[in-house]
Structures are given as structure tokens and as C-alpha cells.
Design a protein around this ligand. Sequence first.
Ligand SMILES: [Mg+2]
Length: 176
Amino acid sequence: MRKSIAIDMDGVIADTETQFINWYERDYGIKIHPQDILGFKEDEMFPDKTAARKFAFTPGFFRTLPVMPGAVEALKKLMENFDVYIASAAMEFPQSLPEKHAWLQEHFPFISWHNIIFCGDKSIIGTDFLVDDHVKNLDFFKGKSVMFHAFHNVNFNHHQRVKTWEDAVILLETHL
Ligand SMILES: [Mg+2]
């Protein structure tokens, strides 16, 4: 039987870190370097602690996120052998729902609406695997967790870490 994978959006297939850094430089005139925020939470990543949350509530933020390198190719490859679902806790930012849907249609048009889960708490998700960047989601997942490398999770090592989408495909395919 085909196994199922739930894949997070922000920080996993969508490059929120780059968008946050670019928007901070645009609006505050300060260039933050990725190595400067390693180990910081999203609400601590900038000198103005309110910035990240403000950006996440700004129209257009989610619609214009860069695609994480290798994500399109990786999901197409995984779909050959797994049932792949997109799982985003989008209800935290209700205005993001149509933006995330349009973003998926633009960049991942091969993902059916049947396979898109916009939700609140992810602990209800019952797939075999969850690929996510946040320990708050991975810790309560009942299947096998895969932690996608992100600045805010570098100090957590109790989940299997993957640094790139190429690594994620290699790891997941060992479980076929
Ligand atoms: Mg995420």
C-alpha cells in the first residue's frame, strides 16, 4: 500500500526566511544575514520584534513567497511512490487562505485540491510522514517526523533533520 506524506508550506516548500529578510530590508533599511538569526524564533529574528508577525498579516506576503529550492522537483518525484498532501496551519493567518491556494496553483499545479489540507492544529493529521520545520508540529505527530532545516530549529535534534529537498527525497524513499 502506498504510504502518505503531509508536507508543510512555510519554511518547507515556501521560503519564508528569504521573504522575511527581504521585506525587513525593504521596510526598515536593515539587512539581516541568515547566519545572524540561527536559533532565533520567528518573533525574535528582527530588532523590531513585531515585524515578522506584521509581515505575515500583510496582504501579498504569502502570495509572493519564493519557492524553496528543489521543492517542485522533489514533490513530483515523491508523488510517483507516495500519496502527497500539503498541510498548512493556515488558520493562524486567515487572510492567507486564498493567497496560499493561488500560490499552490501557480507553483504546484500538479497537486489536486483533494490533497490540500488547510487547518488549525496539525496533530489531527494521520499520514505516515510529516515534513515540517516546526517542532511544535512534529512533537505531536503520531507518524514518522521529518524536520526540514530552518533557522529557528537548529538547536533541536530530536527529529530526523533534512537540510535540502534532495536529502528529504533520499530519506523518504528509504521507507518505501
Ligand atoms: Mg512551517
